[in-house]
Design a protein around this ligand. Structure first.
Ligand code: NAI
Ligand code: MG
Length: 353
């Protein structure tokens, strides 16, 4: 029996609903396989906890978390806590604390899902996001607060080490895919220091991967290419901020934000990696039981792959595709199914296989 210890952090809003659904599906998968089991340990690290106790992560929390095989995360964000506090004190505290520098975001139109984009069937991208520095390095400050001459700075940080490791990761990923194609996203025309380093290191690393075909695109231009020529891209590497924006666009083009998964990887495996749907806590639908749980299911597939459970990962992905193809869909995809309907349907399908 192979057993994996999973730390579960549902967080806020629909994070709680979709992670609950994801646990059910993983349990159904384990039960069916017979030689696989998950030990889930729940952590109540959320905005509610912050409002009650003044902290998201208790003292010693990260240390405790570091002993798990993986982290299954919902979303964080509350109307009662400023977003920069919730994001930095919970999600980024884990990503940066565990050096999860590679954020991987696949985008594909699943069977039965309607995209508003003509030709969307050809979307098959993986966006690789630098997840430890760049625009979100937390480097900046505010002076003369409250006075007319107040100043705020937000200084991006690009280190050669940080840039090299993410490019190398992206090249290796591109190399493992049939098309072996990598697009560098940049803004080195307007930003002439960090972004130029970003480009230079990319072309240096490229010499080690002669079988990967490469191209370079400015971030503004790449948005139009994603919409007008989706078939021309495979793996895309971009900075923390650029990839954050591009991956929401990629999710919307492939049907809904409710479908897209992501992995925050610590490729060295010194620390556990964290897996989460890319959406947030969705105030507008939280508590209604209508959130699309497919993003958290696909996230579970990525977690299984990372845990070395490739057969279980393939089985779950196939079940997700049968589910979307069946037309049983939540409101964001134009259907009327609830989170529970979708979860029950996929669990039943897993049992039948
Ligand atoms: P959001 O992703 O929560 O919602 C955007 C829109 O997409 C909403 O209309 C929502 O109903 C819809 N949507 C998202 N996921 C869905 C799902 N699974 N099924 C159906 N519809 C879905 O983004 P928003 O509104 O910008 O942020 C809300 C809060 O979440 C904020 O506090 C924000 O900071 C936080 N957030 C947290 C993230 C994280 O924990 N990784 C990521 C993005 C936002
Ligand atoms: Mg985002």
């Amino acid at each position: 029996m192979r057993s994996h210890r999973i730390a579960v952090i549902p967080g806020d809003g629909i994070g709680q609903e979709v992670i609950e659904a994801g646990k059910k599906v993983l349990s159904a998968l384990a039960e069916k396989s017979g030689d696989l089991c998950f030990e889930f340990v729940d952590f109540d690290w959320s905005s509610q906890r912050y409002l009650e106790k003044g902290e998201y992560i208790p003292a010693g929390g990260l240390d405790k978390l570091s002993r798990f095989d993986a982290i299954y995360f919902g979303a964080v964000g509350s109307q009662d806590v400023p977003d920069h506090i919730s994001l930095w004190e919970l999600r980024l505290a884990i990503c940066q604390g565990f050096d999860q520098y590679a954020n991987v975001r696949p985008a594909r139109v699943l069977p039965g899902v309607n995209s508003r984009l003509k030709g969307a069937e050809s979307i098959d991208w993986i966006i690789v996001r630098e997840n430890s520095e760049g625009e979100y390095s937390g480097n900046g400050g505010r002076v003369h607060q409250g006075f007319p001459d107040e100043v705020g700075t937000e200084v991006s940080v690009f280190t050669k080490k940080g840039v090299e490791r993410i490019h190398r990761f992206a090249f290796q990923l591109a190399q493992s895919r049939p098309r072996k194609q990598l697009t560098l996203v940049t803004k080195s025309n307007a930003q002439r220091y960090g972004m130029v380093l970003w480009d230079e290191v990319f072309f240096e690393v490229a010499k080690d991967y002669p079988d990967v075909s490469i191209d370079r695109e400015l971030v503004d231009a790449v948005t139009t290419r994603m919409v007008l020529k989706p078939e021309t891209m495979d793996v895309i590497v971009a900075t923390n901020l650029h990839a954050d924006i591009l991956s929401d666009l990629a999710a919307a083009l492939s049907g809904s934000l409710g479908i897209a998964p992501t992995a925050n990887l610590n490729p060295a495996r010194t620390f556990p990696s964290m897996f989460e749907p890319i959406h947030g806590s969705a105030f507008d639908i939280a508590g209604k039981g209508i959130a699309n749980p497919v993003g958290s299911f696909w996230t579970a597939v990525m977690m299984l792959e990372h845990l070395g459970e490739s057969t279980a990962a393939e089985r779950l992905m196939a079940a997700i595709e049968r589910l979307t193809a069946s037309g049983l869909q939540t409101k964001d995809l134009g259907g009327t199914a609830t989170t529970r309907d979708v979860t029950q349907a996929i669990c039943a399908d897993i049992e039948r296989q």
